[in-house]
Design a protein around this ligand. Structure first.
Ligand code: ZN
Length: 373
């Protein structure tokens, strides 16, 4: 006879919470609340409820609702969540748009967007577009010329920033390295000025993602360019302020290259690391190093170092770093050598701040080379 087994399943309760509404009176909103509402309301989806948007390069274009606009002049930038009208000079973030369109105060716009949940969200008139699915602008000669000029503007600005130079000195990146690699600093108001001076179209800077309606993309960051044949092809920006949540930002409008590729061409040994500061440290120590700017190597990037007989993998000492070392080693098979975890340092740049750092590192490289590790 079959026995019936009854398993006590936990009861799934449906909790219905009253929606906050405008009559609840004044609610003190924290910075976090504002950012949550912002994150739940991608600007391209919100504006698309009011205006028909079509993709154009990395941006979306529409007829501006704030002036008589047959052109269309309204540009929506998903990558930095802002909009700008080239016809009537209005711009801002998602809250600003709703404020202007609905004639609301900031608090009211926040309330309005905050009350839109995924279940009652109106269907937008364009498909949701994320920055990753936006088609990239084909970069032209003009773009590279401009990026190279921007790099020089930023490089000049770093010498007016004693605190930034001091920080880099502490990270053991010396003035020669700063000069040689055209490392810069973005104050936030040098580039636009320079563009006006040269009479250049700010649109090009928008294509690259250097300037948006909210100002310069890399403001208050140290920028490290990738230079090929004397031209800058990419920039990565490192945070210098506590409010900057992303430690590193890459240039939105250009494909991410392998840093330092030019210098390792034809080299029998290549040192592969993750971050730009680790890379600068390795280069300063004289290693033929390249940086991933992340932990993933794409197959077509791997083929760029197909000639190297040995690939030394230098990742962070923590568990995610070790995992990524093993994953990268798999891609290179017999050519891979994993450099053992760095003693008392999270990464190579941190190791550089210790005494005898270079010697310590070269001992680890010896171990990796002899296959002891
Ligand atoms: Zn307008």
């Amino acid at each position: 006879m079959q026995q019936t087994v009854t398993t006590a399943l936990p009861q799934i309760k449906t909790i219905t919470r009253p929606m906050p509404n405008a009559t609840q009176g004044r609610v003190r909103r924290t910075r976090e609340d504002i950012e949550t509402v912002r994150a739940n309301n991608p600007i391209e989806q919100v504006i698309a409820r009011y205006v028909v948007l079509r993709p154009s390069g990395r941006r979306l274009l529409g007829n501006c609702p704030f002036h008589n606009d047959p052109t269309p002049s309204l540009v929506v930038y998903a990558h930095n969540q802002s909009f700008y009208c080239f016809g009537c000079d209005v711009g801002g973030d998602v809250f600003k748009f709703v404020q202007l369109f609905e004639k609301l105060s900031f608090a009211e716009a926040l309330q309005r967007l905050g009350s839109i949940t995924p279940t009652n969200r109106p269907v937008s008139r364009v498909l949701p577009v994320s920055v990753n699915t936006l088609p990239r602008v084909e970069l032209s000669e003009e773009h590279f010329t401009l990026l190279t000029a921007a790099t020089e503007v930023y490089h000049a600005a770093i010498f007016t920033q004693p605190r930034v130079l001091e920080y880099l000195a502490k990270r053991r990146i010396d003035l020669d390295m700063i000069r040689y690699h055209r490392i810069g600093y973005v104050t936030g108001n040098d580039l636009a000025k320079y563009f006006r001076f040269r009479g250049w179209d700010p649109e090009i800077a928008n294509d690259l993602g250097l300037i948006g309606p909210r100002g310069e993309y890399f403001r208050q960051r140290i920028v490290i360019p990738e230079v090929r044949e004397g031209r800058a092809i990419y920039l990565v920006g490192r945070a210098t302020q506590k409010y900057q949540r992303a430690k590193y930002l890459g240039l939105p409008g250009a494909p991410k290259p392998l840093y330092g590729l030019e210098r390792v061409r034809g080299s029998a040994e290549v040192f592969l690391c993750e971050g730009p500061l680790d890379w600068l440290t390795l280069v300063q120590w004289g290693y033929p190093a390249i940086a991933l700017l992340g932990s993933h190597l794409k197959q077509d990037q791997a083929s760029e170092i197909a000639d190297a007989e040995r690939v030394f993998i230098v990742t962070d000492s923590d568990e995610p770093g070790r995992r990524s070392a093993r994953r990268l080693a798999e891609m290179f098979g017999k050519r891979a050598r994993i450099v053992p975890p760095l003693p008392n340092a999270k990464d190579v740049n941190e190791l550089a701040m210790h005494p005898r750092a270079h010697e310590t590192f070269s001992e680890l490289v010896q171990q990796a080379r002899s296959g002891l590790h």
